[in-house]
Each structure stands twice: as C-alpha cells, then as structure tokens.
Design a protein around this ligand. Structure first.
Ligand code: ATP
Ligand code: MG
Length: 441
C-alpha cells in the first residue's frame, strides 16, 4: 500500500459527526449551524459579506500589525514565491487584508461601510485545545465610523450572536472592555510604564526585559503567573486619558448600560496588535481553560492611513470559531438536528424506477431523505439496511417492499419513540404525505 499522508500539525479536518476522531473537535454540522446564525445576525445589523485572499504580501502584516507583536515576531507563515521572489504570508488575521482591499478599491468613496467575512487564519503557535495553526475566524469591520455608537454596535452584535446560539451573556461568556486612548496619551503612559518596570527590572522575565523598551505595553499582556503581581501594580492607562478619550469610552459604556449589558472594565486589556486605539474589548469564557477569549476587537482609527489609504476611523472584531464551538459543545447547548427526515430501505430485487421517482418527489417537497445505496452486488440485507437507517438518526424508514409496491404503496415505519408504528402510503402521490415526514422536527 502507498504511504499515508497526514494533515499539517495544528491544522484540522472539520468532519461529519459520523466520522470517529481522536480529538473531539466540533463536527461540520455544528459549523453549519454556526454559519447560519452568523448570516442571520449580520443581516440584521446591515453588515455585508466579503472575501479577501488567504495570501497577502508580508509587508501588509508587518506594517499593519506592528513589528514587535507576537504575530509578526514569531507566528507568521511567511514564504518566498518561488516563481517571482515575492514575499508572501498566510494571513494571521483578517483586518489588515480587509483594510488593504478597501483602500485598493476605494471602497469608502461613497461613505462608511460595514462588512464581515469568515475563513481560515494561520499562526505558528503551539497546538493545544483551542489553539491551532490553522483556525477559523468570523470577522466584522465597520469602516469610516468615528463615533462610540458603532463601537457599542459591534459589541452588541456579538451579544446578538450569543443569543442566537443559545449562549447566555454573564453566564457562558462575559464582556471585558478598556480604552487604549490616543497615541499621545499612550506615549505618556508608556513613559510612566517604562519607569515603573525599570524600577522593578529584577522581577521581569526574559520576554518582558526584551520588550521593556521596544513595546512595554505588551508586558501587561503577559501570561506568566510570576509577573502578575508586578503587572497589577503598574500605572494604568485609564489615568492618562484626556477628556475626549474619556468621553468616547463613557459613551460606549452608557450605550451598553442602556441595554443592560454587564461588563467589566479591565485596565490591563491591551490586545495583541499595535493598530488599536480607544475602545478595545474581549468576550471571554471560564469554560475553556486558558484559551478563554472567544472574541476580541476594538477601534483602529490609524490603520487605514497607515496602510496608505485616506485617513478614516474604523472598528472591528475577530471571533475564534473553534473556541466558540468547543464552548457550545462543552455546554451541551441544544441545536437543530442535522439528521435526515427519512431513510429509504430498498429490499434486494426492488425495481429502482418507482423508488427513485418517489424519493425525488419527496425531496422536491422539501423532505430530507437518504436512499440506501448498495454496493456492486446489491443493496445488502434488510437487517443491515435497518441498522443504517437507525444510525442515520432519521425519524422514519420508508420501506419499498415487494407486497406494498405491488399495491402501489410503501410502508412508513417510525424509528423513534421505541419505533415500530407502521402505516402505508400511496407511491403515486408523495406530496400528500411529505408534510408528515417533516412535521415531527
Ligand atoms: P490569544 O490571546 O488567545 O492568543 P489573540 O489575542 O492572539 O488570542 P486575536 O488575534 O484577537 O487573538 O484573534 C481573535 C480570536 O481568534 C481570539 O479571541 C481567539 O478566539 C481566536 N484565536 C486566536 N488565535 C487562535 C489560535 N491559534 N487558534 C484558535 N483560535 C485562535
Ligand atoms: Mg495569540
């Protein structure tokens, strides 16, 4: 036999539930359910779908995210195009690519724009539960809006998605917000921060020492437990905000208050990219261990100009789909069944033409029906067919027995509630009883 190949480490197959897997990752039915909810919610808020390439020029991320960020320093899949020497990178996040596209197509010419996308991102991280090298994000961006109203909209749109999925905010996911202020305010804070950490230089770990002068703010983001007490006492950016930044933040908070959304102001929330200013937020959960952030976002008013566009404010979020679905799975939230309505059992020797005609008519009427399909030597025994029917999760078996068919009928057998209840239905008019197959949904 030829040698088997495996997927790249940290990159997952999203499989139908019937396929057994060693690692319990959400199955494809869960993904489809999530995507349907996303389309519904995005539509309600007037966000439009867009797709951008998975591969972008490396310079886009270096310039967009900042050189001294985890992503650019050590997580990017970058390579040289062997055909022409171009330096390329598999996108580690979606915002930079979307901004690039909006600038390239002069998309804000007619005014602000709300967009969303969904797809794979790539980061070279140590794979573990909730952290992969290829992972999927839902990404929403509102470009050209300066006001705090749209910051609140972003946050509430995520809340609407939780509700659509059956997640309860406050219980399953909770909101943390902060303001990063503007550049001048951050600079003043940064100086105070450097002074503070210099006074405690001996207590800094290697990462923090390296970042002390290149990007001290990022030290606040450290996950090292030994650093937490020191970080706790560090000067807070909130104390350096001027009146305008403060007013923007307060306006976001009061919009959230107005709809009764609880949140925690977390002055240490800084986020991993350099492009953020003013509002930043994360939706976090306590049910997933250390990979607890399911959604993170904020305002990035400088990025469009920084990437060569006409200056325009913007705000967005990225949501980790694997993490969110792991959470849904962990909580055992109810979701619509992906099982078919019916499974067609076709005894060996049955003439196929009337079977297929009936099934096609049922499907045209909206019934989800799986036909038992046989191997090269026929459909297999009735026993094995019924086993498959049960395993399919269908509520009914449609039995195309010789007796029934001779009478122009088939048998409809319930597979649920103990099963067994049987009745005959006419082959000739499936639309008349199609409703019955669906009604128990
Ligand atoms: P973390 O602090 O967990 O590394 P991050 O701040 O790097 O997250 P963002 O860049 O804000 O993450 O991405 C938005 C969301 O994408 C995260 O909140 C998370 O849900 C998800 N995410 C980020 N990196 C990964 C990964 N390697 N695997 C799976 N999901 C991820
Ligand atoms: Mg990260």
């Amino acid at each position: 036999m030829a040698e088997k190949l495996s997927a790249v480490k940290g990159m997952n197959d999203i499989l139908p539930s019937a396929v057994p897997r060693s690692e319990k990752l959400p199955d494809s039915a869960l993904w489809q359910w999530f995507e349907t909810a996303v389309r519904t919610v995005m539509g309600r808020y007037g966000y439009q779908y867009l797709l951008t390439p998975i591969v972008e020029p490396t310079a886009l991320f270096v310039r967009g995210l900042g050189e001294v960020t985890d992503i650019v320093e050590k997580e990017m899949y970058s390579f040289t195009d062997s055909m022409n020497g171009d330096k390329l990178t598999l996108r580690p996040e979606a915002t930079a690519g979307i901004v690039r596209a909006m600038i390239e197509h002069n998309a804000l010419y007619n005014g602000p724009l709300r967009v969303w996308t969904l797809g794979p991102m790539f980061r070279h991280e140590r794979p573990q539960k909730g952290r992969y090298r290829q992972f999927f994000q839902l990404d929403a961006e509102a470009l050209g809006f300066a006001g705090p109203d749209v910051d609140a909209e972003m946050i509430l749109m995520a809340r609407a998605l939780w509700r659509e999925l059956g997640l309860v905010e406050g219980e399953h996911v909770r909101l943390e917000i902060n303001s990063l202020g503007q550049t001048q305010e951050r600079l003043a804070h940064r100086e105070a921060l450097v002074r503070y950490f210099e006074q405690h230089a001996a207590a800094l770990d290697a990462d923090a020492q390296r970042r002390l002068h290149s990007n001290p703010l990022r030290i606040l983001d450290s996950k090292n437990p030994a650093m937490q007490a020191l970080i706790e006492q560090a000067p807070s950016l909130m104390d350096f905000l001027g009146p305008e930044s403060r007013a923007h933040f307060e306006a976001v908070c009061s919009a959230l208050d107005a709809v009764g959304l609880q949140y925690r102001i977390n002055p240490r929330l800084v986020r991993g990219m350099d492009y953020y200013n003013l509002t930043v937020f994360e939706w976090v959960t306590d049910h997933l261990g250390s990979q607890g952030t399911v959604c993170g976002g904020g305002r990035y008013d400088g990025l469009i100009a920084q990437l060569g566009g006409k200056a325009a404010p913007a705000v967005g979020f990225g949501l980790g789909i694997e993490r969110l679905l792991l959470l849904v799975q962990e909580l055992g939230l109810p979701m619509p069944s992906a099982a078919p309505d019916a499974y067609a059992v076709v005894p060996p020797g049955t003439p196929l033409a009337p079977v297929i005609a009936t099934l096609e008519a049922l499907r045209a009427a909206g019934v989800r029906v799986v036909q038992h399909a046989g191997g090269a030597d026929g459909p297999g025994s009735m026993k094995s067919q019924f086993k498959k029917a049960d395993a399919s999760g269908a509520r009914y078996a449609l039995i195309f027995g010789a007796d029934e068919m001779a009478a122009g009928e088939l048998t409809l057998k319930s597979l649920r509630d103990g099963g067994g209840a049987q009745e005959r239905q006419p082959l000739a008019s499936p639309a008349a009883w199609a409703r019955k197959l669906q009604s128990a949904a």
